[in-house]
Design a protein around this ligand. Structure first.
Ligand SMILES: [Zn+2]
Ligand SMILES: [Zn+2]
Length: 66
């Protein structure tokens, strides 16, 4: 998913001394993307405990919801 720290811009603007400075975002190491958190309940499959159901924890997305 898009890095929430730099909003996918890969860089953040920092106040340094008297001016603004662009730095590579440390949150995503300058990639603009961060790893999705895999849902621990279904291990990312999005499937529920029974066939044809979706995981109630992530609502079938396979990604841990905030
Ligand atoms: Zn970032
Ligand atoms: Zn899940």
């Amino acid at each position: 998913m898009k890095c929430p720290n730099c909003e996918g811009e890969k860089k953040i603007i920092e106040f340094k001394g008297r001016g603004l400075r662009q730095c590579a975002c440390s949150e995503c190491d300058g990639t603009g993307q961060v790893e999705d958190l895999i849902c621990p309940q279904c291990n990312g499959s999005g499937e529920g405990m029974h066939d044809g159901t979706v995981c109630s924890f992530c609502h079938g997305t396979g990604v841990e919801q905030n």
